[in-house]
Ligand binder design. Sequence first.
Ligand code: PLP
Ligand code: ZN
Length: 418
Amino acid sequence: MARVVGLACVRCETRYPANHYAQDCPACRPVTRSNLMVAYEDTLRTPRAKPAATAERDLWRYGDLLPVDRSQSVSLGEGGSPLHRLDRLGEELGLLHLFGKDETRNPTWSFKDRLACLAVSSAKAMGAQVIVSSSSGNAGAAAAAYAAKAGLRCVVFTFKGTSGPMLTQMRAYGATVIACDHKDDRWTLMEHAVRHYGWFPTSPFFGPVVGSNPYGIEGYKTLAYEIVEQLDWQVPDWCVLPVCYGDALLGMWRGFEDMLSFGWIDRMPRMVAAETYGSIAAALDDGTDSPPDIAKREDSIAVSINATRGTYQSLDIVRRSNGAAVTTGNDELLRWLDLLARREGLFVEASTAAALAAVDQLRKSGTITRDQLVVTLLTASGLKDPGTAASAQGEVLALPGNIEEAIAMLQNQGIFPA
Ligand SMILES: Cc1ncc(COP(=O)(O)O)c(C=O)c1O
Ligand SMILES: [Zn+2]
């Protein structure tokens, strides 16, 4: 475990006590709302040896760098996901070194398990009784599973229209799921529960959103550690993530920063936010610290990254890393969802496909060059929202009852040789 000395504002670094996780930074409010992050003793920022070769493969391999002691962890075997070479897609994109970090392999089939694991472990260590999350699906499912493992109650506020499989998944773990008619109602109800009943929020719980629980975000540092170790201590030129509130963007960046100070790597990657409506891109263009609320052009099929307003924490990482924000539309999401499955055998959610759509745009504009090393974060499984993929598939071929007619039909269709 790394020793926590408090929390610090992402923007102005003002320090707050370790139990101020249910806050944004009051000092920054006149300009923008800003999340807090975990601050550690300075020993976390000094050179240290690389982790020894062990059989340990889950994220607790890096337990020394996390804010919860392993003995207090609530764990389901999260992390340690494969980093696939995506050579066939690389060829399509004119890229020699394209990778996909396959987070569909986590216990609840999304990268949110890294966040939920650290958030719920922290909640338990702090004596919380109830976990509360607001979620379109993945964060709620992860919170529900880890709360179940911890023996804590879990309440998830979601919306009408949340994907059926995710709803079923949250409820299967025993969470109380409440569908709000109006999206803003969830903030009012959650904030009430956090302030009055001491419920522990793993997700954002007030608007405008600043990001998720600072302890949970620390779980995403392990994505950076794992990727670099899997690349034999090389640093990607680009990390491309589907982004909603930018928790993973910030968490991964912090992981890279750690490794730079340990002497494990000698440079930082450039970070890309693949978004749906373009809030971060607009803030970059305007030079503001407050990502604007963007009017929707279309209802995005990327249900998990469907926020019209980005966060300061996303904007900051994109700026600091000299990265990019890329707006992705439904047609390209469906195209890359399809290509990832057909060419690489990886079936992901439409939101996840935004990462590949962003690489495509940056490759076409020449921002990413052919020989650069690009890692995409494949955030969640296609089985979380199968209806979206199914909507593009047409009918399954139905055969006539008679076998001769069936063979003739399959020959006519070019499935059997003529
Ligand atoms: C599948 C998927 N991809 C990406 C994201 C974006 O994550 P973040 O809020 O960390 O930017 C989410 C959740 O919000 C998600 O569920
Ligand atoms: Zn601040």
